[in-house]
Design a protein around this ligand. Sequence first.
Ligand code: MF3
Ligand code: CO
Length: 256
Amino acid sequence: MLFSRTPAVRTREQLAIMRRAGRVVAEMHAEIRAAIAPGTTTAELDRIGRDVLACRGATSNFLGYGHPPYPAVICASPNSMVVHGVPSDRVVLREGDIVSIDCGAIVDGWHGDAAFTAPVGEVSDEARRLIEVTEASLDAAIAAMVEGNRLGDLGHAVESTVRAAGLHVVAGYTGHAIGQAMHEAPNVPNVGTAGSGAKLRVGNVLAIEPMVAIGTDDTDVLDDDWSVVTADGTWAAHAEHTIAVTPDGPEVLTRP
Ligand code: MF3
Ligand code: CO
């Protein structure tokens, strides 16, 4: 399916299951968000994610993913870490930090995937604005998840929002179609030309996930082969939802 240029069309029955997976991810978000505070470790946040999955009879699409196999059910990426931060007892959140939390769940074989960035206590105006712009860029792309629009409209929505704010879209990482696998074709870039690319159809389900940095679009991967950091050490934020195109417009499956 990796060569496919158009996202799959899901039936109402399939969407109903994806909605359940999305709700589990939303619950992971709510529980983890409530636990984010100075002194919390990212390993504690991962344990909360595991508890929600177990409670809901869902499984993790992150645990064991890729090479080397991903060792946790969430990604927790503080400050200059963009995505794929591996939770650890040694990573203690401090007042003034920001942390990006990415969560996924599988319910009856169907996947949900979503991320948010939260302040830890009081943060700088610059950090708060970084988070706000990242969320606004995701909201702009969600608003474009309408039948007849094109994939390029989504990337254009993200890119234009981020650029207008004087921030940088992280290069080299994209969103993706999602269904019975977490990552399905096609990719959903965070940059694009309005009116270009595949046409969106009712039943398409995409994970849109802008990654935004203050100073650069360039990244490095740390020695753990997972953690992605900005090349210049400036802070980054990540926001993601799993969204369906419906006859009534976009439906965000990972929002409660
Ligand atoms: N949610 C991430 C994405 O959208 C994947 C996390 S990487 C994993 O691509 F290894 F944790 F699964
Ligand atoms: Co994703």
